[in-house]
Structures are given as structure tokens and as C-alpha cells.
Ligand binder design. Structure first.
Ligand SMILES: [Zn+2]
Length: 225
């Protein structure tokens, strides 16, 4: 389901100069990458193909009228930059995260968001990666006493974020805040530190037998994820 845009699509997206997305353009024109409304964020996700509407079979086997693939918006660096700056602005508006030393994200999905959140906070970005099934620091180190932000693109149950938090605290450092682009846990993902998400996106799902879209005979799509 993740389709690469054609060269014509890319031209329409302003690949050779301008920025195609109105919300991004507005942010750059105003000279600040802050303050995106939920509607602006949603529109950007639709415009970039990150949020699809239709009739989908999810990996869980449930059916839904929406499918979300965060990588589709993050493939546009200016959009990624603006979304992450807006998420950081939301955290700052609440007085978080204070002085921090670095941003850490879980590979692979969190790396781009971690990088852009770190850009907005003007600190280094590091990442943890899987080794024999557990998240570890293979290329970086955390010093006791440091304060870090944990960044992630999408949280469904929160397991990877919690594992990253545990890695930081296990190193004797502190997690000042969690910054997310999209929380689709329906409020179920909770952490012991302040957490900020740019958008809450709760998918509506049905068991196949109860699916109204099946009843309407709408063809089912199996999106790759
Ligand atoms: Zn269905």
C-alpha cells in the first residue's frame, strides 16, 4: 500500500524547490515551526499519504476505515522537521522538558523523529537498537546523571518507549519527558514521566463479522506495514 510517488507527484509536491504542504509552508513563512493545530497535522498526514481512508485489514486481523503509516510523512524532511518542532513546542508550553543532554529513540522507527526532536531542542540525538531481542546502546553511551528525552514516532501499546526509558534509567540517567508524534493507544500507553504527543489518533476497528464496510461490499485492502 505504500506507493512511491511518481515524478509528476513529486513535482506537484514541490520537489524542485518549494514546499508543497500548506501547513509546512505557513510555518516557514511565519519564520517559526511552532503551533500546528490538530486539523493541520491531520491534513499533512493525509496530503503525504501517511493517513489513508478506505477499507483495510490490519495486521491484527481487524478491519478499519483508516490506515496510518508514519513513514510516509517522515519521508519529507521539512514535514518531519515541522511536526517534531510542533511536538517540542507542545512539551515546552507545559514547562517540559527543562535542561536536557540528549534525545534517545528506539531504532528503526524512532530515529527520524528523535533526530528532528533533537534539532528542535538543540541537543545530540542517539538511538538504541535491538540486540538479541533487547534494546541496547551499541554505538553511544549515557552517563549517570544525564537528563534525556525519549522520542518515538507512533505509540500503540508503548512497549518500545518503556524499554527505552528502562535503558536510560538503568544507566543511572533520567528521562525528562517522552515526546511522540502520534499516540494511538487510546490513552492506554502511560509512563512514569511526562509524555507529550502531537496527535491522538484512535483507530476505529471491527471484527470482520461486524465490519460495516464489508457489509457494503467495499473491497478490502491489505496495506503493508
Ligand atoms: Zn471489513
Amino acid at each position: 500500500m505504500t506507493e512511491f510517488p511518481t515524478s509528476r507527484d513529486l513535482a506537484a509536491l514541490g520537489g524542485s524547490g518549494g514546499l508543497a504542504f500548506p501547513a509546512v509552508q505557513a510555518g516557514w513563512r511565519s519564520g517559526k515551526l511552532l503551533g500546528m493545530s490538530s486539523d493541520e497535522v491531520l491534513q499533512l498526514l493525509v496530503d503525504t499519504g501517511a493517513l489513508l481512508e478506505g477499507h483495510f485489514e490490519l495486521r491484527s486481523g481487524l478491519h478499519s476505515d483508516r490506515f496510518f503509516q508514519c513513514a510516509n510523512v517522515l519521508r519529507y524532511p521539512r514535514a518531519a522537521e515541522q511536526l517534531c518542532a510542533a511536538a517540542v513546542a507542545k512539551a515546552r508550553a507545559a514547562g517540559a522538558p527543562g535542561r536536557i543532554d540528549a534525545v534517545i529513540s528506539p531504532a528503526l522507527g524512532g530515529i527520524i523523529v528523535g533526530h528532528e526532536v533533537a534539532r528542535a531542542l538543540e541537543v545530540p540525538s542517539i538511538f538504541a537498537e535491538k540486540d538479541n531481542g533487547a534494546l541496547v546502546l551499541r554505538r553511544f553511551s549515557i552517563e549517570p546523571g544525564q537528563r534525556l528525552v525519549v522520542a518515538e514516532d507512533v505509540v500503540t501499546r508503548g512497549g518500545r518507549v518503556q524499554e527505552t526509558i528502562d535503558l536510560v534509567t538503568g544507566s543511572g540517567a533520567e528521562v525528562a519527558a517522552v515526546i511522540l508524534l502520534v499516540d494511538r493507544s487510546g490513552g492506554k500507553a502511560r509512563f512514569d514521566v511526562p509524555a507529550f504527543s502531537l496527535l491522538q489518533l484512535e483507530p476505529v476497528t471491527w471484527a470482520p463479522a461486524d465490519c460495516p464496510l464489508c457489509r457494503q461490499g467495499i473491497p478490502l485492502v491489505h496495506p503493508g506495514s
